[in-house]
Write a protein of this length. Structure first.
Length: 688
């Protein structure tokens, strides 16, 4: 299908949708619904000296932002929990979280914490934040600057952010200029043993990561007296990472050697999103468009040899990725009575990834020679159309329900080294029930049929020179599907704080895991899998415990899963799946002073990763701890000094390499322990 046909297909979906007519069902109009809204103003966050709307939202007790991220399938129904002036942000990588960071705190009229079912936006459930801004406010801005110092790396001084927001009449706008460099380093020994534990080699390794990231972004909003609403969001970013790993090798039987890995990338990405909502007949129609592009040329180089000049070799892998996403969506909402609303939505989308790759090797001082790498030069495309109908209903003053039924049709095609075209039809939808048991406790149940997003990189072969492995691209992959049941509890403890706990279980079909492919392995579908988990967000305020101004925030996740290994036939967890994640922080804003201090900890654990001939595991014991002190009035600005990694976290890695496949004997074991020391950060931020 050519570009013209694709556009016509998407326009057909939108035109067909716009033929319907309906009255507008506005959220939070009934007396029962209004009573469920918790309202925050700038004064509620005064102790934190917030500079942006993002600073305010992140301090709402028991609430954690869930953005509409770029991994979502299309634009689709809302998966995030943040609205701005009652509207979703028509962006993905430039979405709600990024937009909040561009809104100056003094331009926030109020923040409403309300149940998502009160908005006629399919997909919203549970706690949702609606940030209401004053588009008539004067122009205001925020700025921040930081510098970081750590072992084995030069400091950086170009971490800064400038954001502006304002408006006049019906027009509001934001602008942001950001520079966020990255610096990372670790070093330590790696031990190589055979299957019986006898040492074969010792390597002293030193790894450094330096990256420059810069972006410019902005938005326009238009709210004329006619009642129409228009929004435009745009962003452009560059990302230039450079990685380097130097190893000194000391084999038991052989001369001392050296290994050098260098990797670099020169990436740019751009996104343009727009939406326009207006009344038509007795209802309202919303049109949404999104265009996203990313271009990423990368080069990896690996050199190996002994200091006596023997056993020299060189490998070079180059890959250029050009990818894009184009989406047109329409949503039509109508309601027949208070507390009841309907929406019909259609969406047309086109995604592509175009990969050009080459691998070359040389022995000794000879020239590089090309190596065949099948399915590494290919183009993957997906054309998709979907339609859904959603109904929300207030069953009683404390009970509401929302049901959505949908269908998508997609065409997957691959050209280049592999040629294949496939078509799929997938049902999707959900049903949710929200019960406000009393003024402080809310329960939300949800059953969803979900179609997963494809990772087009799974279709393409690639090489990891540093790990001396890679993947075989798989042209047979299909989107995974899941039945997901969840129960979410939201509890307000009043002056003590708030907490949200979600538990869920998922039955997964066609899960994408790791499977044998020809003589190698790569991503592929397995028949079934299951996953269960729990997620907790909590805030405990300590004023009633005798420590005014102090609070503890906690984020916790736990998961368990099971899938049948395609090689051994035994059950194991999903490849690399998270076992747990924990973040906690104690912050104390000292009353009647400008000072605050805090201490925090972050830790995580993942499952092993299984390949055809390897098993590996990354670990970061005992976790990352930090401590900071903050002065909230340095000539009107806020300054913070942070010391990171006070717990002396290490970056560890373990790998078993088998002789053939994992059904055969262990050939080599690798064990790595790297230390990256403490990190010192100075940060200043203010408003103007």
């Amino acid at each position: 299908m050519n570009i013209t046909a694709r556009v016509c297909f998407s326009l057909f979906l939108i035109t067909a949708n716009s033929l319907a007519v309906s009255p507008w069902a506005c959220a939070a109009e009934t007396e029962e619904q209004i009573s469920e809204v918790t309202v925050y103003t700038l004064e509620d966050f005064r102790q934190y000296s917030p500079r942006t709307a993002l600073d305010m939202v992140t301090r709402i007790p028991g609430f954690a932002i869930q953005g509409d991220n770029s991994n979502q399938r299309g634009f689709g129904q809302a998966h995030g929990n943040v609205l701005i002036n009652g509207q979703r942000v028509s962006g993905k990588s430039n979405g709600a979280v990024e937009s909040l960071g561009r809104i100056v705190a003094q331009n926030v009229v109020r923040i409403e914490l309300v149940d998502g079912s009160q908005f006629d936006i399919p997909g919203l459930s549970g706690q949702v934040v609606n940030v209401v801004t004053n588009g008539l406010g004067k122009t205001a801005g925020t700025w921040s600057w930081s510098s970081r110092f750590r072992d084995n790396l030069p400091p950086y001084y170009n971490d800064f952010n400038i954001a502006l927001s304002g408006g006049k009449g019906a027009l509001g706008w934001t602008f942001e200029l950001d520079s966020s460099p990255e610096r990372g380093a670790n070093n330590g020994p790696e031990y190589i043993t055979d299957g019986q534990g006898n040492r074969l080699d010792k390597r002293l390794e030193d790894f450094t990561h330096a990256a420059e990231y810069a972006s410019v972004a902005g938005s326009l909003s238009w709210k004329p007296a006619s009642g129409a609403v228009g929004n435009l969001n745009a962003s452009y970013a560059i990302y230039e990472p450079d990685n380097k790993e130097v190893s000194k090798t000391y084999p038991v039987d052989g001369p001392e050697g050296r290994r050098l890995f260098k990797g670099s990338e020169d990436e740019w990405g751009a996104e343009l999103g727009a939406d326009y909502e207006f009344g038509i007949g007795p209802g309202r129609l919303k049109m949404i468009g999104l265009l996203s592009r990313e271009y990423s040329p990368m080069t990896d180089e690996f050199l190996r040899g002994n200091i006596d000049g023997s056993d020299l070799s060189k490998s070079l892998f180059q890959q250029t990725i050009d990818e894009g996403e184009y989406i047109l969506r329409s949503e039509y909402a109508f309601g027949n009575a208070a507390g009841r609303d309907w929406q019909i939505a259609t969406e047309g989308a086109f995604n592509y990834l175009d990969a050009t790759s080459s691998l070359s090797e040389a022995e000794g001082i000879g020239p590089l020679q090309g190596v065949d790498l099948f399915n590494a030069n290919s183009r993957v495309e997906e054309q998709r159309g979907e339609i859904s109908i959603t109904h929300g209903r207030q069953l009683s003053p404390r009970l509401s329900a929302q049901v959505s039924l949908g269908m998508e049709v997609s065409e997957l095609s691959q050209s280049g080294d592999v040629s294949k075209v496939r078509t799929f039809t997938r049902p999707k939808g959900y049903a949710s029930l929200t019960w406000q048991t009393d003024d402080s406790l809310k329960l939300i149940t949800r059953l969803e049929r979900e179609v997963g997003q494809l990772d087009f990189f799974d279709f393409i072969s690639s090489v990891n020179l540093n790990a001396e492995n890679g993947q075989t691209g798989n042209s047979e992959i299909v989107p995974q599907q899941s039945w997901i049941f969840s129960l979410q509890t939201e509890k307000d403890f009043g002056a003590w704080g708030a907490a949200t706990l979600k538990v869920f279980g998922a039955s997964i079909e066609d899960i994408v895991d790791r499977i044998p492919i020809d003589d190698g392995d790569g991503p592929g579908n397995l028949d079934t899998a299951w996953q269960v988990g729990a997620e907790l967000e909590a805030t405990l305020k300590l004023a009633r415990a005798g420590v005014p101004g102090a609070e503890i925030t906690l984020s916790g996740e736990w998961y368990d899963s099971e899938v049948t290994d395609p090689l051994t036939g035994e059950t194991r967890p999903i490849n690399g799946d998270t076992v747990y994640y924990l973040f906690s922080e104690l912050r104390h804003d000292i009353p009647k002073t400008n000072w605050a201090w805090g201490i925090g900890f972050e830790g995580a654990k993942s499952n092993r990763f299984y390949r055809l001939s390897e098993v590996s595991l990354e670990a970061h014991p005992p976790g990352f701890g930090y401590v900071y002190i903050e002065d909230k009035d340095i000539f009107g600005a806020t300054g913070r000094i942070t010391i990171g990694n006070i717990t002396n976290q290490n970056d560890n890695f373990w790998r078993e390499i088998h002789d053939g496949s994992r059904l055969d004997d262990v050939l080599v074991r690798e064990t790595r322990e790297r230390d990256f020391g403490q990190i010192f950060t100075l940060r200043l931020e203010g408003t103007f």
